[in-house]
Design a protein around this ligand. Structure first.
Ligand code: RI2
Length: 322
């Protein structure tokens, strides 16, 4: 570390940031846990001796993590949780506060997912068939709790182009003993008549109750509405986006065209524009319930829970952009 030239970041933290950006670490809750742990690693390894420089280093580390992916608010909420609790007059106290806060955050994350699962399971009846989109650990927690209650469920799993995270869902449902039918995304409407619930997760939930989740969720929700199939969103409260309370919109991540099309096919097609938005916005009116660890809510009333948890403003305790 050179305190003159700016804070050195620990290679493990840089590695976590790179893995979040490349989606080796993915899924909103998993990203949040990894970010909190990376701050703790940075704090433990820091060789800084000046308390102000230590604080600055943590905020720069926070900024490095914040800049990886823009849509899932669980990431900035994790940074807020840890950095807002950084306190002390000495480096030792500051270090302790970060390590303790990061551990408390990851504990809460696990507990919230388990509690949310119990609540979400109450919506699922024995014999129900669900349809899933992408891979959500919060959504799977509801299925796991229902299975533990002795309910037999089956699932129609959308593969979820372009990264096919539906395959992870299929595998994990199989491990829970849930029979899976895998379909291509465009077959969803055809199979909606056969399912009792659409069950998805969320990357962010806005103050107006709209749900920001993997691209394709909004189309699925429109079709489910038309077919009369209820849509349940499993999202622990770290998915609530406090900045939307003051009117900020949620940035939708655009990812590389290489996830959609390989170089050879692209060359064959010639000059085409390829767009790859990672997420879309499902309006509140297309969602039946948002299941959190604090209970289930009609989407329009989620703003009350948001105000309780975050007040009217959200701090940005990471460093400003250089
Ligand atoms: P959990 C994922 O995003 C999916 O959109 C999923 O629904 C959401 O995160 C929530 O996942 P990505 O990281 O927090 O795959 O429920 O782009 O695990």
């Amino acid at each position: 570390m050179s305190e003159e030239t700016g804070p050195d970041l620990h290679p493990e933290l840089l590695d976590t940031a790179a893995q979040i950006a490349s989606m080796e670490i993915r899924g909103a809750a998993t990203i949040a846990g990894a970010a909190a742990e990376a701050l703790a690693t940075q704090a433990r390894a820091s060789e800084v001796t000046d308390p102000a420089a230590f604080e600055r280093q943590q905020r720069v580390a926070g900024r490095r993590l914040y800049d990886t992916r823009p849509t899932a608010v669980s990431l900035p909420n994790a940074l807020r949780y840890v950095l807002d609790r950084m306190a002390g007059d000495s480096v030792a106290e500051l270090r302790d506060s970060v390590v303790t806060a990061a551990a408390a955050f990851t504990d809460r994350l696990d507990r919230a997912q388990t509690d949310l699962g119990e609540i979400g399971a109450n919506r699922l009846r024995d014999g129900d068939r669900i349809m899933t989109h992408c891979h959500s650990t919060d959504a799977l927690s509801c299925v796991e709790a229902a299975v533990e209650q002795g309910k037999e469920l089956t699932a129609v799993v959308k593969e979820t182009r372009p990264r096919n995270q539906g395959h992870i869902t299929a595998e994990q449902l199989r491990e829970l003993g849930v029979p899976v039918t895998l379909i291509v995304d465009s077959a969803a409407r055809r199979y909606l008549d056969e399912v009792d619930h659409v069950l998805v997760g969320a990357d962010s939930i806005a103050a107006d109750g709209s749900v920001i989740n993997k691209i394709g969720t909004s189309g699925l929700a429109v079709n489910a509405r038309e077919r009369g199939v209820p849509i349940m969103v499993a999202a622990q409260t770290i998915k609530l986006h406090p900045e939307t309370l003051t009117g900020q919109t949620v940035e939708i991540e655009m990812r590389s065209e290489s996830e959609v099309i390989d170089d050879e096919t692209r060359a064959e097609l010639g000059e085409v524009t390829v767009r790859n938005p990672a997420f879309d916005v499902t309006p509140a009116r297309h969602v039946d319930a948002i299941v959190t660890e604090s209970g289930q809510f009609p989407p329009e009333s989620i703003v009350t829970l948001m105000r309780e948890l975050f007040g009217d403003s959200a701090a940005r305790p990471w460093a400003d952009a250089e």
